[in-house]
Design a protein. Structure first.
Length: 256
């Protein structure tokens, strides 16, 4: 079994997997978008995404059991068909994708949405309401596309779900159910495009214990955080994630 032996990869890869596990199981997946950028400090973004996908699929199985009774079916009916379309678009455009342009789009979405909530949300009445098919289809497609490119579907999904102000457990459970479908569907195009060759699968297997610990830690933290603080954390993590992606994208374009 081939594995990556570069120590620097594990220096950034272990925290990346740990963050992804905590985020997916306890905080709705928003901060998990940082996993691929962190790993990409040590290897290509394509290899980083290929290593993370089997790990994410394993995390999803553990999380589905924990949240199997706590998810919103209407939101799933809206988001999933659109996400599948987004994955298809990502697959067809794989050879033409500019990773940093996608990062820039995700960053602007995350930062813009969070700032709008912080500065205007209370004035306009940011209250819970039913899931909207039009908005859900749009954000679902964006989530499918960005998830295919860099496992960065968390921010678009959060943009759609957070304003509904649903119970925090239902919010996390809905994102868990959404991503188990999206991630397992992505296995097909990733395999077809040859992303599971070399040491990618072996390295993913080595990181499995870290993934399981991160999942447990996220589940533990979820029960210890009250609803008000939970949403503050979600919006803050969404904003920080956006800043990180924006920095990466701008730095790349400036240096070109």
């Amino acid at each position: 079994m081939e594995i990556i032996t570069d120590p620097f990869f594990y220096l950034v890869g272990i925290p990346a997997v740990l963050i992804a596990g905590v985020s997916k199981s306890g905080f709705g997946g928003g901060l998990g978008v940082m996993a691929v950028p962190l790993m990409a400090l040590a290897l290509s973004p394509q290899a980083a995404a290929a290593i993370m996908l089997p790990i994410l699929c394993l995390m999803d199985v553990a999380n589905v059991w924990a949240y199997r009774k706590n998810w919103d079916r209407r939101n799933m009916m809206i988001l999933i068909p659109a996400a599948l379309l987004g994955i298809l678009i990502g697959t067809l455009s794989f050879s033409y994708l500019n990773e940093y342009a996608v990062k820039l789009i995700i960053a602007l979405i995350a930062i813009g949405f969070t700032l709008d909530h912080w500065f205007r949300g209370k004035k306009r009445g940011d209250e819970s309401g039913p899931a909207n098919w039009g908005k859900g289809s749009f954000w679902g497609a964006i989530a499918g596309f960005t998830s295919f490119v860099a496992h960065a579907g968390g921010p678009p999904v959060s943009v759609f779900l957070l304003p509904q102000r649903m119970d925090k457990t239902v919010f996390v459970g809905t994102t868990v159910m959404f991503f188990i479908v999206v991630n397992y569907v992505k296995l097909i195009p990733y395999w077809y495009l040859g992303q599971f060759g070399g040491a990618n699968l072996g390295t993913a297997l080595v990181l499995v214990p870290v993934a399981l610990f991160g999942t447990w830690l996220g589940l533990w933290a979820h029960d210890k955080v009250n609803a008000k603080l939970f949403y503050r954390v979600c919006y803050t993590l969404l904003f920080v994630t956006g800043l990180k992606l924006l920095f990466d994208a701008v730095l790349h374009f400036v240096s070109v």
